[in-house]
Each structure stands twice: as structure tokens, then as C-alpha cells.
Design a protein around this ligand. Structure first.
Ligand code: FUB
Length: 317
């Protein structure tokens, strides 16, 4: 008993918290992105700082948490803030993080200070927990580089996928999904930006691969629900596979990230179920699921319990 109390006290002292959806209270978090590295899972989020009843997103920074077992999370604080991009006005919207060439690359949505509209920046670090620094000194994508819609927020929600042959792809967009190859330096587009026709697409594109199948998941309709398509390559052709998570009750967005960790499959997403939550006060949650025998993703229900503990051998707490 005494040993258990000591362990609980040690966990509290290092900022650990037992998982129960939503995660990371008392912080309001949104837009999860996941990186599994060195046998540990890193979960990156935006942070919602809007006051109760706030009418817009108030987001200045991203946060990163890690876990060895999907049940206990360590808070690593702020790896990157919007102000790290000197060319940006602010607004730390959705992000994605990948590892390449032994470094960690953080693709982030921010509002541009001089090119009207949102933009995608890229930052780099030697550690998944940062600190990350601007890798270019300028935006990777600006609103004037895409012409498919007139809205100012159509160049948001970057997702990066590095294929087994080393080719990296950047997916992003609101209303229209866009994709471009990245050069090996991870900071330059390589070739044209292509629009991907996706019925009812809104935002939050995310690419993952399982076996030989590429899964492109995204938010569709408004309020959003999570849907996905599959294809034989990172560029499709894509076959729609349907809805896998239903819309939220307390916020219109949902923003998913699929990943595998220690032999099990998970999806991270956000709802607004923390006390005091709301449209712009969201909270990240995680569910475990199992792929169907045909490789499909089943319909996934949100739970309060979250995933069962899945301790990864050799992962240091
Ligand atoms: O968090 C701000 C925006 O809301 C994100 O960029 C979208 O994916 C939606 O979740």
C-alpha cells in the first residue's frame, strides 16, 4: 500500500496523469497529431484558450505529451508557439510532426502577417519535445499559392507522410484538399500543388499506411464527422470508405489522427467534453480499435474510459 502511494506521488510530481477521456485536463486541447518514436508515443495538440462562451479560437501555442502505455501521459509543455514564426501574425491551428534525417519536423498552421490568410510553416528540432525553431524563415505555403477557393482559411491543417521509399508528401486544406511532394530537405515543395477531389471534404486530412494500403482520413460535412478513403499509393486513386466517427455534440470540429502503438491501433481526436468545454474549448481524447479482417476501419465510438493500459516493453517512464 505504502509503495502504491509512493508511486502515485511520484507520478503526480513529474506531471503524469491517468488517462480517462478527455485527456490533459485542466488544459483545453485540440487538433491531435501523433508520432511514435523510440518505442514511445508523442501526442501533439493545439491549446484552446478561449474564455467560456468565446466566439473564436484563441490559440497561441502547441503542446506535447508522451506515453509508454497509452494510459499515463507526461506533459512536456510547449514545444512551439506561433510567435516562433517571425512572419506570422499568430493563431496556432492544427499541426503534424514527422521524423526524418534524425530530426523532427513540425508542420504548423498559422495566420500570415503580410500575405492575407492562413499559411503553413515548418519548424525543426533535435527532439520530439522541442524546442522547435523555424526551419525556413518564411512560410512553406501561403494563401496566394492556391486558388481553388476564395476563403482565407483554405491553407490549414498540414499533414505530412514519409513513404517507405523516403518520398515525403504534404497534405493540407479546408474545403479543398491539396497535396504536394516535399523535397528531401523537408522544407521545400517539390513540384505542383494538386487538388484532390474528396466528396464533402472540410479539413483535417491525415495519411497513414498499413501494409500496402494508404489511408487518407479527414473531416467531412459541418458539423464534422470523420471519414476515410483508401488507395494503393500516397496519391491514390482513392476509394471512399465511409464514416468512422460521428460528429461531436459540443463542438462542430473533430480532427483525427490514426496511429499504431505497441501492437494496437488507436485514433486520437477532439471533442469538447471537459467541464467548461465548448465550441472553442475542446479536448483531445483517444480510442483503441481493431481493423476489420478486410483492412477496413470499423465505426469507432467515443468513450470516457479511453484505451486500456498497453505498456511498451523497454519504454522508459
Ligand atoms: O483548431 C483550429 C481549427 O479547427 C483546425 O485547424 C481545424 O482542423 C479545426 O479543428
Amino acid at each position: 500500500m505504502f509503495k502504491k502511494l509512493l508511486l502515485a506521488a511520484a507520478a503526480l510530481a513529474c506531471g503524469a496523469a491517468q488517462a480517462a477521456n478527455p485527456l490533459f485536463a485542466p488544459l483545453y486541447t485540440a487538433d491531435p497529431a501523433v508520432l511514435v518514436d523510440g518505442g514511445r508515443v508523442y501526442l501533439f495538440t493545439g491549446r484552446d484558450e478561449a474564455p467560456p462562451g468565446g466566439k473564436d479560437y484563441v490559440m497561441h501555442e502547441w503542446r506535447v505529451f508522451s506515453s509508454c502505455d497509452m494510459a499515463t501521459w507526461q506533459d512536456h509543455g510547449v514545444p512551439l508557439a506561433a510567435k516562433a514564426f517571425a512572419w506570422a501574425k499568430g493563431r496556432a491551428w492544427a499541426s503534424d510532426v514527422v521524423k526524418r534525417h534524425g530530426k523532427y519536423w513540425f508542420y504548423a498552421t498559422v495566420e500570415h502577417a503580410t500575405v492575407p490568410g492562413f499559411a503553413v510553416g515548418v519548424a525543426v528540432s533535435d527532439s520530439p519535445t522541442g524546442p522547435f525553431v523555424d526551419a525556413r524563415g518564411s512560410a512553406l505555403v501561403t494563401n496566394d499559392m492556391t486558388r481553388q477557393t476564395d476563403i482565407a482559411w483554405d491553407d490549414i491543417d498540414p499533414a505530412v507522410f514519409v513513404d517507405d521509399d523516403g518520398q515525403a508528401y504534404l497534405y493540407w486544406g479546408n474545403t479543398v484538399l491539396k497535396v504536394a511532394r516535399l523535397k528531401a530537405d523537408m522544407t521545400t515543395l517539390d513540384g505542383p500543388i494538386t487538388a484532390v477531389p474528396v466528396p464533402h471534404f472540410v479539413e483535417a486530412a491525415y495519411l497513414h499506411k498499413r501494409g500496402a494500403t494508404y489511408y487518407l482520413s479527414y473531416s467531412q460535412h459541418w458539423p464534422e464527422e470523420t471519414a476515410y478513403m483508401t488507395g494503393p499509393s500516397p496519391l491514390g486513386p482513392w476509394t471512399p470508405q465511409g464514416v468512422v466517427m460521428a460528429r461531436n455534440l459540443k463542438t462542430k470540429t473533430i480532427h483525427q489522427a490514426f496511429f499504431d502503438f505497441n501492437g494496437k491501433s488507436y485514433v486520437a481526436y477532439h471533442n469538447a467534453e471537459l467541464p467548461g468545454g465548448g465550441e472553442h474549448r475542446r479536448s483531445v481524447a483517444v480510442e483503441e480499435f481493431a481493423y476489420r479482417a478486410d483492412g477496413g476501419i470499423p465505426f469507432i465510438h467515443q468513450t470516457q474510459a479511453g484505451p486500456a493500459a498497453n505498456p511498451a516493453p523497454g519504454c522508459r517512464r
